[in-house]
Structures are given as C-alpha cells and as structure tokens.
Design a binder for this molecule. Structure first.
Ligand code: TNX
Length: 529
C-alpha cells in the first residue's frame, strides 16, 4: 500500500510536470488565437539579428527596427536584408486580414507570415513583446493570431486640454502596441477649436484660446484658475500625425462637433449662432445652450467648407460629426430655425437636428465618405447608412444594429477611461467621476443581449479619453494604462478572454510598459479595487 501510494505519487508528479515540460507558457496580451510552444529550444534575438524582408514588406520591417532601437539604445539599428536567416517576414493570402502566423524554429529562426501588411506588423508587435519581456529569448513554437473586431478604437479629446503632436504620437504608439487600429481624434468642442481651417482662420486665431479653465467640480466660478489656455494643430502638423498613424496601421477618424459642443466656433464666428451675440470660448465643463443655428444656410455652408478641408487632410472613410448633447433652447426661440422647420415640414427641434445630420451625411457621401456620430443621431431619425457610436449605454447600439446600422460600442459605464479606477480614489487626482476598474472592462462582452443579426453589425469597440481633468500626457497615460490592455483583449481577443490567466499575463505586460517608459496606474497590480 505504501509502495503503491509512492508509485501513484511519483506518477502524479510526473503527469503534473509533463504539461510544464511540453508547453512553456508565453504571456501575451491580447491573447493570440492559438499557441503551441515547444518544451525546449529558443531563438535568441540580438541587435545583430537581421530582418529578412520578402514581398516588399519594408514598411513594417522599418517600424520594427525603430521600435527595437528603443529597447537596444546603445546598439546600431537592426539590419533589413533580402535573404538570409533571422526574422523573416512575408505575406500569404490564406492568413486572415490583420492576422499572422509565427513559427520559431531552429531551421527558420523566426518566420512571420501576415495576411496583409498590418498582420505582419501585429506579428512583429507580438515578437517585440516576447523579446523585451524575455531577454531576447523567443521559444520555439507556433503562434496563429487574428482580431475579433475590425474596428478597434480609442478616442482622444484634445479640445478640453490640448496635447502636442509629440503627445499624440506617443498615444498612437501605445495604441499600436495593443493592436488597436483606430484613433478617434476629438478636435473641436466648446472649450477649444484645435484644427487649422484655412477658409476660417478665426476658428484657431480666436476659437483655440479660452480665458481660463475650471479646475474643480461643479460650475462654481471659484474653481476658475484665471490662466489663459490654448493650442491648435496646423494642417501641416495634422498631415504629419495622420502619416505617423498610418505607418502604424492606425486610421485617424477626425471629429468635428456639430451642432452642439460648438461654443468655441461660436466665439470665433458669432454669425453661426441663432442670436449672433458674442459668447466666450467656454471655461466650464458640461453642456452649454450655445449651439450652431440649424436654420441659416450660412451654417450649412460653413460646415461643408470645414468638412471639405477635413476630408483633404484625413483619408479615413468614416468622418465623425459629433451630434451629441445638443440642447434645443436657442432653436426654439430662433426665427431661422422655426422657418426652416416650417419649410421642411419638421414637427420638432429633434427633427431639425435630424435634418441637419442627414444633410451633412449627404454631403459626406457625395464626397466619397461615410458619416459616424454619437448615438443622439438616432433621435432625429437616422439614415440606415450612418454608423452609430453607442455611448449612452448599450441599448442605443443594439437598437441601431437591429435596424441594420453599423455600430461601434463604447458605453460610458465601461469604456470611459477618464473615469476613476479605484473605489477610494486615493492618489488618482481630481477626475470627472465614475468608477471603472480594470476587471470591469475585462469582464465586458460587447455582444451581450444581442441577436445574431444585430451582432453582425457591431463593427467594433472603442474606449474614450475625455480630457476635462487631464492636463498632461503623464496623466493620460496613467488613465489609459493598464485598462487599455483589458480593452484590447475585448477588441482583439473577445472570444478567448481568460480571466484566469489575465493576471499573470498582465505581470509580463507590465515589464513591457516599464521597458517602453509608459506611465501606468499601479492599482490593478497592487490588487487595489
Ligand atoms: C460626455 S460622450 C460627453 C463629453 C464629456 C464626457 C465626460 C459624449 C458624446 N459626450 O462631452 O467630455 O461625457 O466624461
């Protein structure tokens, strides 16, 4: 009996060690679709390893060289060559779009086969992650990977606080490393117009500067800081950022807010309003009654002129027109708005907003683009061709998807990374409110409560970064990380999220964040709720 139990014990311990021997763990976020890692053997990447480029994949190879330069700052850049052994990259149409297959073996070194250029890039991001967190040792094995959602977005509000070109590029770098592919750039709002428009120089000359900023909660003037604040991007800078993003396989979707959230434009060009009286670039947060007049033809001409320049600057098919939080007080008292309603047979001010949105959509379509807007665009009777961004919960998104509209899910209670991350809020500074810890983002299934038909219209998922209380990039990073990792796993690996392994995988990702010099919040790692 004693013998037997010893025998059983030995057998058991053998069985228990077997999986460890036959499959080494690789901690990667977002989780790849499939991994088979050999028990032994590894390819060691050093700054001397060559990148062997097939199929003219020089662009992703160059990005990889640049990324690795950051991790090997004292060495010469890695070399890209046409043949040889090292890290070989090529294409194959049998690999899905944005997906890749990676083989690491003695014969091949590292071989990455992408479904397209972006797929190769994501394969190289996974490789970079392994190299950086594992001292250059890449275990022999095979990885296959592809995204769940085609649209994997993060939004960045640069109106409430302005962020330099350098900062935006850093934001883009962080998104790319998490395999996101859309940056929703919130360029205009009540508190500042941040994009140069040649036809209306006043927009940035006047509309990009506010007298002061609200630095406390509530609309109490005692919280106004008395310091003028401003900033904007020239068109040349915008082009530079768009190119920088494209090189990282990120499409920038610009947002020009209309007809609400437009007080900065109204300050610059008072004739855009109903009463045409001078208003300030807003110094408070929230929703202002000052909105664009929807009754005057001059407003439509203005919007089209602005969008014409925006279209020139941004190749994105989707153009965001805002559409959220537009109080109708001014319209109710405006002779132009009332006359327009009468002429068009509109019964309510809601319908007047629907009329404006539909007219703008037509203009965008005529110029080869498509419209995306916040879910309020549903209220005035949205067209079936608009894409809807569901932020006031998930129901608006489900409703729109069921009617056949494309939908991006970004419900406030789960996706607003400007909300607090802990219950106690200790060390979090003053933020706008809310509570969204890492785990809450991670546990979210964006398909919940949806029919199969509706599911097919969910093109993707997005997190948002509103900057009312975010004055510096350091703070933005602290709000973004590590929750973006949870978000990226919902976006890229929704069907294979694993709450049991995420903690240990995040410990590895943390090493990567340290190596990149990104400022992340410590709470999740400390186990603080
Ligand atoms: C709601 S989301 C807004 C923003 C604010 C944000 C603050 C949306 C379409 N509108 O204007 O900045 O809440 O969290």
């Amino acid at each position: 009996m004693k013998h037997l139990s010893r025998f059983v014990l030995i057998a058991l311990s053998l069985i228990m060690t077997l999986p460890v021997l036959s499959a080494r763990e690789l901690n990667i976020v977002p989780q790849p679709s499939y991994m088979d890692i050999a028990a032994e053997g590894e390819f060691i990447v050093t700054p001397k390893t060559c990148i062997v480029v097939v199929d003219d994949l020089w662009a992703p190879a160059e990005r990889f060289v640049e990324d690795m330069q950051q991790h090997f700052p004292d060495s010469k850049p890695m070399r890209t060559v046409k043949r040889g052994k090292g890290i070989k990259i090529r294409l194959d149409k049998f690999v899905p779009a944005e997906g890749y297959e990676m083989t690491i073996s003695e014969e091949e070194g590292v071989l990455i086969i992408g479904g397209d250029e972006a797929g190769v890039y994501y394969g190289l991001q996974t490789l970079r992650h392994i190299i950086v967190t594992n001292d250059g040792k890449v275990p022999y094995g095979f990885i296959a990977d592809e995204p769940t959602f085609a649209y994997r977005g993060a939004h960045f509000d640069v109106s409430r606080h302005f962020f330099s070109v350098e900062d935006v590029k850093r934001y883009i770098d962080i998104l790319a490393a998490h395999k996101l592919n859309r940056l929703h750039w919130h360029l205009t709002d009540d508190q500042g117009w941040r994009i140069e428009i040649k036809a209306y120089p006043e927009l940035t000359e006047k509309g990009s500067i506010r007298k002061e900023t609200l630095v406390g909660h509530g609309l109490d003037p005692k919280w106004l800081d008395g310091e003028p604040y401003g900033g904007y991007y020239t068109q040349e800078e915008i082009r530079d950022v768009v190119k920088y993003a494209a090189k990282r396989y990120i499409t920038i979707i610009p947002e020009i807010e209309m007809p609400g959230h437009s007080q900065a434009a109204l300050h610059a060009l008072p004739w855009l309003g109903c009463h045409e009286q001078q208003v300030d670039v807003w110094t408070m947060w929230g929703v202002t009654p000052e909105v664009l007049c929807a009754g005057k033809e001059t407003t439509y001409k203005f919007l089209e002129d602005v969008l014409k320049e925006v279209i020139e600057l941004f190749p994105s098919e989707l153009i965001h027109i805002g559409g959220d939080e537009c109080p109708k007080d001014r319209w109710k008292e405006c002779e132009h708005c009332q006359a327009m309603m009468k002429a068009e047979g509109l019964e309510s001010e809601e319908q007047l907003q629907g009329y404006l949105v539909a007219r703008i959509e037509k203009f965008l379509n005529a110029n080869g683009r498509r419209m995306i807007g916040w879910d309020e665009i549903l209220d005035g009777g949205v067209t079936p061709t608009a894409t809807v961004m569901s932020w006031r919960g998930v129901n608006a998104g489900i409703y729109a998807a069921e009617r056949g509209n494309d939908v991006v899910m970004t419900p406030m209670t789960l996706c607003y990374l400007n909300f607090y991350q802990t219950k106690s809020r200790e060390g979090e500074g003053l933020q706008i409110g809310g509570y969204i810890p890492f785990e809450m983002v991670y546990a979210w299934n964006p398909y919940e409560g949806m029919s199969d038909e509706a599911k097919s219209h969910i093109i993707g998922v997005q997190c948002n970064m509103w900057s009312e209380y975010l004055k510096s990039m350091k703070w933005v990073e602290k709000m973004l990380l590590p929750r973006l990792a949870a978000m990226s796993e919902v976006q890229w690996a929704n069907d294979r999220r694993n709450a049991e392994t995420i903690r240990s995988r995040m410990e590895t990702l943390r090493k990567f964040y340290d190596a990149c010099g990104w400022n992340y919040a410590p709470y999740y790692f400390e186990g603080r709720e």
